[in-house]
Design a binder for this molecule. Structure first.
Ligand code: SF4
Length: 374
């Protein structure tokens, strides 16, 4: 299979979006966020393109302004806010970085690398924003225009940076001896912060395996929608089963009957929640009264309420085992505790986590409805 890093990333975020984009090849206009990101990437490329003199801040601003596309924004106010944000990002970048200080090796370099072995070989492609030569090695940099910054731990394990490092090593194979001197960095332009890490050979192997695992899922046609805040920027909402009902008017479908069912369901659910809260409060008052009066039952015009005491027990594991093991029944009562398993997953070695993931099968499926009120 041939897969770009960005397609892999799309699959990790939402398999259905991957299908729409890469298998069905449905074209949607670029979102304004994507256009904003591309303009900033182009400007960064302009700033660092090697020449006799590095561009000044004014020249960078001019370049940004000339590449600007106001047509993608919904209103003049929104467009103005985005433009000002871009200007601030470039100013901030120049305050923290002098373009003349960097020894640029490559900008926006395209790569194709092979992963896997024997009959399970695949090609990954992508574009590395920037490669610098540093005092004692190299630095691979990817610019991000996301609002949210990840933790350092996430950067330490980021697959994209590992793939980029592998691509770099395919061009500079000798540098594998100096892995600790090759920095991999994500530069968060909106925050003016760069987070860096290095990689070990073991980490490179692990990220290749994770990539291969994802390719297996794609090949087995697993394309479930995964909702996340990224849905807000997804151009496929009007096709996605999680969202397309929202666009029902555009599809001219008669929805009167289901609309009234939806309204009634939400109203009843709200009433149930109010009733549940009220019942809890009344129960507390009545129990307090019973304790004060020393009674176990109270009488009202509509009926009698009795106090019941329900006890739950737990067993001493050691003693229980001593009794059941000689009778060959100990194994019968050991059941997998999903919550306990999740709690220990984080501390297990990578290979064990992978094996556990493979052991996961669907036990049963039940359908239910959840309500999110406007
Ligand atoms: S709207 Fe959300 S869930 Fe649907 S395809 Fe897009 S990203 Fe996936």
């Amino acid at each position: 299979m041939r897969i770009s890093y960005s397609a892999y990333d799309t699959y990790r975020n939402c398999p259905l979006k991957y299908k729409f984009q890469n298998i069905d090849q449905l074209k949607v206009p670029k979102s304004k966020e994507a256009v904003f990101g591309s303009t900033l990437h182009e400007t960064m490329k302009f700033i660092h393109t090697p020449g006799i003199l590095s561009p000044t801040l004014d020249q960078a601003m001019e370049h940004f302004s000339n590449s600007w596309n106001p047509a993608v924004f919904d209103s003049p106010d929104e467009e103005r806010a985005a433009f000002s944000q871009g200007v601030k990002i470039i100013q901030d970048y120049f305050e923290k970085n002098n373009p003349a200080d960097f020894n640029i090796v490559n900008l926006e370099s395209r790569f194709q690398i092979e992963i896997g072995r024997d009959d399970d070989k695949h090609i990954i492609s992508g574009i590395i924003d920037r490669i610098d030569r540093t005092k004692d090695g190299f630095e691979i940099i990817d610019y991000k225009t996301t609002k949210k910054m990840p933790t350092q731990e996430k950067v330490d394990n980021d697959i994209q940076l590992s793939v980029y490092l592998k691509a770099f090593l395919s061009n500079y194979p000798k540098e594998i001896e100096n892995l600790d001197k090759i920095k991999v960095s994500l530069y968060f332009l909106k925050h003016g912060v760069k987070l860096s890490a290095t990689r070990t050979l073991e980490q490179l192997k692990q990220s290749e395996q994770l990539f291969l695992d994802t390719i297996k899922l794609i090949e087995s046609s697993e394309f479930e929608p995964t909702m996340s805040p990224l849905c807000d920027w997804c151009g496929y909402q009007n096709r996605c089963p999680m969202w397309k009902h929202k666009f029902k008017e555009l599809r001219h479908i008669d929805t009167d009957e289901v609309n009234s069912a939806i309204s009634e369901y939400i109203d009843l659910k709200s009433a149930m929640n109010i009733t549940k809260d009220r019942l809890g409060k009344l129960q507390e008052n009545i129990l307090n009264y019973m304790d004060q009066e020393g009674v176990e039952r109270v009488f009202g015009p509509q009926g009698v309420i009795a106090k019941t005491l329900r006890k739950t027990y737990k067993y001493d594991e050691k003693k229980l085992r001593e009794v059941l093991e000689p009778l060959n029944h100990w194994e019968d009562i050991l059941k997998i505790d999903g919550i306990a398993l999740r709690n220990i997953l984080g501390v297990l070695p990578f290979s064990a986590r992978k094996e556990i993931e493979k052991a996961k099968v669907v036990d049963k499926e039940t359908k239910s409805l959840s309500v999110k009120k406007k």
